[in-house]
Every structure is written in structure tokens, then in C-alpha cells.
Design a protein around this ligand. Sequence first.
Ligand SMILES: [Zn+2]
Length: 316
Amino acid sequence: MLAENLVQKFPFISNYFSLLLENNVQKFPQSIVFEGLNSYAQCFFALELARILNCLQDGRQDCNCLNCRWIRENKHPAISFVSQLHYKNSGDDSKTVISVPQVKNIEKSLKEKSDYHRFFIFFDARQTPQDKNAIESVEKYSPEGYNIFPENDWCLNHINSKTFSPLTPNILLKCVEEPPERTTFVFLTKNRADLISTIVSRSQCFKLPVATKKADISDIANIFSKYPDISYEDAFLISENLQNYIKDNETNADFVLDSMLAYLANKLKIVNNNELLYKIQNDIEYVSQAKKYSAASILDKNVFDTLLLRLAGGEK
Ligand SMILES: [Zn+2]
């Protein structure tokens, strides 16, 4: 029972993990790579998974057992942040990278038995006051009751090519390959390509699609000015316009598809013949399907090309 705010924002991945946690928890991944724009959303999602796996009761959102409380307060002994600022030995003064001693420390800790499901959450962290984005992200994605980022002196970023010191990934790889039972590594990335491929290939990758900006419905209406008379030639051009719109406006496929749904719903209100009514209802169904494809990590180009060809296919 993941926190409701995360379920609403990431329905597909939430559903996937809910089923796994309820029915097949022994298959829980030993290594997870999160991809997406918001590192805070990924961190909260990982913590919620850790909380449910360690809950002494049934994992419900408002559970107040010791494990749930500790995780919300970032005090749980089995849930570790690993970054340039976290999980450092006292003698380790490598401030700019995740260092070999840090990873060796993890290796050592794995040899000890644990009563918990251990989580190691890897990210890039910088000692700097939280910027506007960080503060907004915490407000937006923090499930109720969490108090993870009380200090205002560091920012949580995605892993990038400079996060790890050169020798660490290979030592880490050994841990990721053969962890003890009930141990999960989580890597927070914008894109899996930012992490070495040998770790990615031993992990399960999940996209947490997040947008910073909603698509403007009047912009979408402009791009769709020919609707409902879209030809097959128009289809690829409109698909390309939508992809460019996503890039130029820092939005994502999900928000654009939502705006398309709103646009079609408006059309539905003013339509005056049955044939067109039927087409629009069908097209709404196509857009809803496109949202599912997009959530399943399919490339935007494929999602929009397929969708636009379907919309054009309804033309007489
Ligand atoms: Zn609990």
C-alpha cells in the first residue's frame, strides 16, 4: 500500500509494485534503476518500497509501527543513502565522489546478518542550499508524515558520469550480482545510460515519468487544427510537432496526452452528428491506450506515430 500521492502520480509503476509486494515478494528485485526527471520522486518511491517491505504490520499508508516511523524520519538502520555526503567513513575525505572505501563498507556490512530488508539508495548529492526545484519537489512528492529532508544544506541529484570514483562500480557490481537475501540496491538516474551498463544489465529499470510543466490545451488545439480530418501524411507531421512541443516546453508525453484528452472531451460537447461522435469516442480510447504505452517506457516517437496513424485511420 504505497502512499496515495505517489500512486496518483505514478499509477502504472505503483500498480506493478503493489502486485509484486502482495503476491510475489520473494521476487522483489535485488537492484532497481529508476529513470526520470525528478530525483526526489524516485527517492520517496524507493523509501515507500523499503517501508512496506519492513513494516511490522500490513504496510498501510498510515502505519505507525517502529519500522515505518524510522523510515519516515530517515533513522532506519537498514535503509542507507549512499552519496558524496552519506555513508562516509570518518577518515574518508573524498567529498566529490562516491569512493572505494564507501563501497567496501557496504560489501562488509552485507556479510552481517540483518533482520530487515536492507536498502541502499544511490544518488549524487551536493552541499548547497536547496534550490527552488528541490523545495518544490519535496512538497510535491513527499508522502504524508515523511521528514527526510529537514536540513536545507544539500541537494539530491541524479547519478551522473562523475558521481562514482573510477574503481567503485566494479566493486559495487560484485555486491549487486550476489547480494544476501532481502537486500535491494536502488540507483536514481535521469537516464539509465548515466550508470555503467554492467550494473544496469543486472538491474530492473523503471521509468517514473514526471513533468515540470503541464501542456497548454490551446497549444495542443493549434497542433490539431486539422482534426478530425487528419490525413496519413498529416499524421507524421503532427506526431513530430507534438514531440517538438514536449522538448521545447519541458513537458512529457503523459501531459500532452492528457491535454489531448481534454481537447477531445471539449469537441465531444459540441459535436452534432452521430458519426463524428462515434469517431471522437473511439479516438479518446486510442489516446488512453497511448498513455499506457507511454507509461511502459515506449519511445515518444513510437507512441505518437502509432496514435496519429490511428486517429488518421478514422478518416473517410
Ligand atoms: Zn508499519
